[in-house]
Design a protein around this ligand. Structure first.
Ligand code: DGL
Length: 276
C-alpha cells in the first residue's frame, strides 16, 4: 500500500516547462534555485524558434502541440516560460488541460506594480509580446491608473544567444532601444522576454540605476512555488540523483552547449531531440 501510494503521489511528478527555444533556460535556472527538489521536463521548440515574429494563430498552434507532448510526460504543472507564447496561448492552454498552468506575464506584471512608485512602467519584449499588449492588460488589471510604455527589442534575442551581451555593440543597441522611455519617468522596467536577463547589465546602464529591472522568469518561479504549496504539490521527496531534469528540443541549435552554459549557468550534456 505504501509503495502504491508513492507511485500515485502527484507531488513527485515533474514540472513541465516550455519555450520557443533555449531562452526558457533562464526560467529553469530560477526554478532550480528556488525549488531544487523539483524535477523539470523542458521542451524547447528550437526547430521553429523564433515565436516572437509569428502570428498569434501559429504560436497558439505550436503551443498546443508542445503542451500535448509535455502532458504525456505526466507533469503536475505547466510553466510557459516563453513570453510570446504566454501572451497569446495561455487562455487556450487553460481551456484544454486541467492541471495548473502558469505563464510569465502575470507574475512579471505583479512585481512591476509592487516596485513602482511613479506608476509609470516600461515593458520590453518581442514584437509578438508587445503587439499582444499582454503586459499592458495585466498591469492595468492590477492597477488601472498605471501608465504603460512598451518597446520591442528583437535584436536582443540574437545578442544573448551569440554571447554579445556585454560588449559595446550590445550597449549601443540597448541605448537606442531604450531611448523611447526617455522623459516617461518610468521606475520599473519589465524584461518581457526569456533572453533579456542575459543582457541585464547593458539594459540597466541604458535605463539608469533608478529603474528597477523586473525579471519575469524570477517572479514566475516564486509564483510556481506559491501554487505548488497551495495545492500540496511541492515535491517533498529529496532529490536523489544529481541533475534529474530532462531536456527535449525539436532541433539542435548551433552552439547549444555554449548557450546552455550562459542561460542556465551549467552545460547540458544530455539533450534529446524529438519530433512532435
Ligand atoms: N522565448 C521568446 C520570448 O520570451 C523569445 C524568442 C522568440 O522570439 O521565440 O518571447
Amino acid at each position: 500500500m505504501t509503495s502504491r501510494m508513492k507511485i500515485n503521489d502527484e507531488s513527485s511528478r515533474p514540472i513541465g516547462v516550455f519555450d520557443s527555444g533555449i531562452g526558457g533556460l533562464t526560467v529553469v535556472k530560477e526554478l532550480n534555485r528556488l525549488l531544487p527538489n523539483e524535477k523539470i521536463i523542458y521542451f524547447g521548440d528550437t526547430a521553429r524558434v523564433p515565436y516572437g515574429n509569428k502570428s498569434k494563430e501559429t504560436v497558439i498552434h505550436y503551443s498546443l502541440q508542445v503542451a500535448y507532448f509535455l502532458m504525456k510526460k505526466k507533469i503536475k504543472m505547466l510553466v510557459i516560460a516563453c513570453n510570446t507564447a504566454s501572451s497569446v496561448s495561455l487562455p487556450t492552454l487553460k481551456r484544454h488541460f486541467h492541471i495548473p498552468i502558469l505563464g510569465v506575464i502575470e507574475p512579471g506584471a505583479k512585481s512591476a506594480i509592487a516596485a513602482s512608485r511613479t506608476d509609470n512602467v516600461g515593458v520590453i519584449g518581442t514584437l509578438g509580446t508587445v503587439k499582444s499588449n499582454s503586459y499592458k492588460k495585466a498591469l492595468k488589471k492590477i492597477k488601472r491608473s498605471v501608465k504603460v510604455y512598451q518597446h520591442a527589442c528583437p535584436l536582443f534575442v540574437h545578442l544573448a544567444e551569440d554571447g554579445w551581451n556585454k560588449n559595446k555593440i550590445a550597449q549601443m543597441i540597448s541605448d537606442e532601444y531604450l531611448k523611447s522611455f526617455k522623459g516617461k519617468n518610468i521606475d520599473s522596467l519589465i524584461l518581457g522576454c526569456t533572453h533579456y536577463p542575459i543582457l541585464k547589465q547593458v539594459i540597466q546602464n541604458s535605463a539608469g540605476k533608478k529603474v528597477k529591472l523586473i525579471d519575469s522568469g524570477r517572479e514566475t518561479a516564486k509564483e510556481v512555488n506559491r501554487i505548488l504549496q497551495k495545492k500540496c504539490l511541492l515535491n517533498i521527496h529529496k532529490k536523489t540523483e544529481k541533475n534529474h531534469s530532462i531536456f527535449y528540443v525539436s532541433d539542435f541549435p548551433h552552439k547549444f552547449k555554449d548557450v546552455s552554459q550562459r542561460f542556465l549557468s551549467k552545460e547540458l550534456k544530455h539533450v534529446h531531440k524529438v519530433k512532435l
